[in-house]
Write a protein that binds this ligand. Structure first.
Ligand code: MN
Length: 268
C-alpha cells in the first residue's frame, strides 16, 4: 500500500502576511502536503491565549509557495486558536507535523512563556502531534530568513523521520548568521533569565498617564548548554519542552501536604 504523503500544518504568531511564514512554507516544500492556518493579525507575545467570548473566523487566503498554491486560512484569533481550529475543521486528515514560525526574534530563555510562536506548537503537542517552533534570532526589523529556512528544513526532516516523544515539542532558535557561519544544531536547555521591566510613563491628550512596557533582558545563566549560549556561539539551539508544568523536583518534600480538614488545623 502506498503511504500517504505527510501532512504538515503551519502556523505562526507574526501573522499570515509575515515574511517568516512564507520562509517556513518554502522550507517545508516537498516534505509533504501543506496547510497554513495563521493569525490574520500579528499575535506576538500573546502566550497560550485562546478566544472564548467571541467567534473565531477562518478566511481562505491566497497563498503562494515555491510550488504554487498552498491551502491557507487567515484566522481571527491567537496562534493556539489557529491550531485548535485547524485540527478540528480545516485539515483534511490528521497532520504528521505542526511547525510554527519562523518567528522574527528569539524565543530563548524566559521568552518561551510569552511566545505565541511556541504556543502554536505547544497546542499541537497537547493534541498529540509532533511539533516544532522556529525562531530567527534577530532583534529589530529586517534580516534574511534564508539560513533559518534551511536549518528549519533539516530539523523538520529529522522529526518527520523519527517522531518525538508524546507531549514533547522542540523549541528551535536559529542565530542571525549566514548559513556558512552556522556551526550546526545542538540540544540545549532553557537558560535562566529575566526581564528587568521598566514602564515608560507618558501623558495622554487628557492629561492622564499611560504606560508602555519596555525592559532589559538579563541572562542569569552562564551554562554552556543553554539556548542563549548556543545562539550566541553560532549554533542552532534545539530545546525539547513540554506543557506539563509540574515541578517534579519539588514533589519530594511536599508529600506530606495532604490533609482532609479544610482549614488544615488538624494537620500533623
Ligand atoms: Mn512573533
Amino acid at each position: 500500500m502506498k503511504k500517504e504523503r505527510p501532512l504538515i500544518l503551519i502556523s505562526n504568531d507574526d501573522g499570515i502576511e509575515a515574511p517568516g511564514i512564507l520562509s517556513l512554507v518554502a522550507a517545508m516544500d516537498g516534505l509533504g502536503d501543506i496547510v497554513v492556518a495563521a493569525p490574520l493579525h500579528e499575535q506576538s507575545a500573546v502566550g497560550h491565549a485562546i478566544t472564548m467570548r467571541d467567534p473565531v473566523r477562518a478566511r481562505p487566503w491566497p497563498f503562494r509557495g515555491p510550488s504554487g498554491h498552498v491551502t491557507a486560512y487567515a484566522v481571527s484569533g491567537t496562534p493556539a486558536d489557529c491550531v485548535k481550529l485547524a485540527m478540528d475543521k480545516l485539515v483534511p486528515r490528521q497532520p504528521d507535523l505542526v511547525v510554527s514560525g519562523i518567528n522574527h526574534g528569539p524565543n530563548t530563555a524566559v521568552n518561551v512563556i510569552y511566545s505565541g510562536t511556541v504556543s502554536a506548537a505547544t497546542e499541537a503537542a497537547i493534541l498529540g502531534i509532533p511539533a516544532i517552533a522556529f525562531s530567527y534570532c534577530k532583534w529589530g526589523s529586517g534580516g534574511d530568513f534564508e539560513a533559518s529556512g534551511r536549518m528549519a528544513r533539516s530539523v523538520a526532516k529529522r522529526v518527520l523521520e523519527g517522531g518525538l516523544q508524546p507531549g514533547i515539542l522542540l523549541n528551535v532558535n536559529i542565530p542571525d548568521l549566514p548559513l556558512a557561519d552556522i556551526k550546526g544544531c545542538m540540544i540545549t536547555r532553557q537558560a535562566r533569565s529575566k526581564w528587568e521591566e521598566s514602564f515608560a510613563e507618558r501623558m495622554d491628550p487628557f492629561d492622564r498617564p499611560y504606560y508602555w512596557l519596555s525592559g532589559k533582558f538579563v541572562n542569569l545563566d552562564s551554562g554552556e548548554n543553554t539556548d542563549l549560549w548556543a545562539v550566541d556561539n553560532g549554533w542552532v539551539s534545539i530545546t525539547p519542552i513540554q506543557h506539563d508544568l509540574t515541578a517534579y523536583s519539588a514533589l519530594e518534600g511536599l508529600e506530606n501536604w495532604r490533609w482532609g480538614d479544610p482549614a488544615g488545623e488538624n494537620n500533623t
